[in-house]
Design a protein around this ligand. Structure first.
Ligand SMILES: [Zn+2]
Length: 102
């Protein structure tokens, strides 16, 4: 907990703003290294997500939603050999994703 330099009141933190709860004086918030690291991690994840479409092969499949004739195709990794494999399809045009059990 932090205290106001002026009146000794408790510093209230809201988002990235910090101010004294009793006199209203704005306080400097200590930079948090943890927070900035988290943001960097999120950015990294999004970059991977964006490029993931290119990994899947495009096949001739009719979209259940818009009727487009091409879509991306991939399957889930099976945990057990007797478990049915799930096929995933994603429309190239409208990005609608659906799955099919074998
Ligand atoms: Zn579609």
């Amino acid at each position: 907990m932090e205290f106001c330099e002026k009146c000794g009141g408790i510093i209230k933190v809201e988002g990235d703003k910090a101010a004294c709860a009793s006199c209203g004086v704005k306080a400097k918030k200590r930079p948090k290294i943890e927070a900035s690291e988290k943001i960097n991690q999120q950015e990294k994840i999004e970059v991977i997500k964006e490029g993931s479409d290119n990994v899947y092969p495009l096949i001739a499949i009719e979209c259940l939603k818009c009727g487009h004739k091409r879509g991306y195709f991939w399957t889930t990794q099976t945990r057990a050999s007797d478990e049915p494999e799930t096929k995933f399809f994603k429309c190239e045009k409208c990005k609608y994703t659906w799955r099919k059990y074998r």
